[in-house]
Design a protein around this ligand. Structure first.
Ligand SMILES: Nc1nc2c(ncn2[C@@H]2O[C@H](COP(=O)(O)OP(=O)(O)OP(=O)(O)O)[C@@H](O)[C@H]2O)c(=O)[nH]1
Ligand SMILES: [Zn+2]
Length: 207
């Protein structure tokens, strides 16, 4: 069983003006320092809060790399949670669990023509190494048993359902398309075709 280790207020977002609380945990299983960001006290004041399980992507979240849409999804989530409250679980699962250096190796292979999953396989990894059991432990520690989930990824939905968390509804994120040779169009299309992501093409946003 995991427990809240500390919680403290801070402001987030590009202008540092969105009030939130950051929470650390003890008792997580995989040895990573996962954190939760809570907006509008959603964990204590909402019956069915909006949740996002966001897998870390240094290149996308911090540098807004053209190769993916992670940073834009993160901003979209923070803005939505600023409006309606919610809990963002920031999971330290860089590169779908293979780590940053391996992800960069996978990018090299993608530059030579492989798709994201083929590149992972070529490096000897499965398509996706993520396991969401620590996310479930974090939700349990926050006493959240009934949620709305922000994702396009059916695996995340199933991970929560299988762990006995009731998911009332699923809110998709936009697809943030970036053009160019190292753009993310093929990456997003592969997620839909191969990863069964429920990405709504009508929601595609061009920057
Ligand atoms: N191995 C690998 N990981 C990648 C690649 N591009 C992005 N990632 C990682 O993928 C994770 C994000 O996963 P996605 O499949 O984009 O999205 P998701 O989080 O599963 O689903 P959503 O909730 O719909 O956003 C982050 O950890 C990224 O670092 C890639 O080309 N190869
Ligand atoms: Zn990314």
């Amino acid at each position: 069983m995991a427990q809240v280790r500390a919680r403290v207020q801070l402001n987030v977002g590009k202008n540092s003006d969105i009030p939130a609380e950051i929470i650390s945990f003890s008792g997580l299983k995989d040895g990573q320092e996962h954190v939760a960001l809570v907006f509008k006290n959603a964990d204590t004041e909402q019956d069915v809060p909006l949740i996002r399980m966001h897998s870390e992507c240094l290149t996308g979240d911090v540098f807004h790399s053209s190769r993916c849409d992670c940073g834009e999804q993160l901003n979209e989530c923070i803005e939505m949670m600023h409006e309606q409250g919610g809990i963002l679980l920031y999971l330290r699962q860089e590169g779908r669990g293979i780590g940053l250096y391996n992800k960069i190796d996978a990018y090299v292979l993608q530059s030579q023509g492989m798709n994201t999953y083929e590149a992972n396989n070529h490096l000897g990894f499965a398509d996706d190494l993520r396991d969401f059991s620590d996310a479930v432990l974090m939700l349990n520690a926050l006493n959240l048993k009934h949620v709305k989930l922000m994702t396009n990824n059916p695996k995340k939905l199933n991970a929560l359902k299988d762990a006995g968390i009731e998911v009332d509804s699923v809110v998709g994120t936009h697809a943030h398309i970036k053009a160019g040779l190292s753009g993310n169009k093929a990456y997003l299309e592969t997620k839909i075709k191969h990863g069964s992501h429920m990405l709504d093409i009508k929601k595609i946003k061009k920057p």
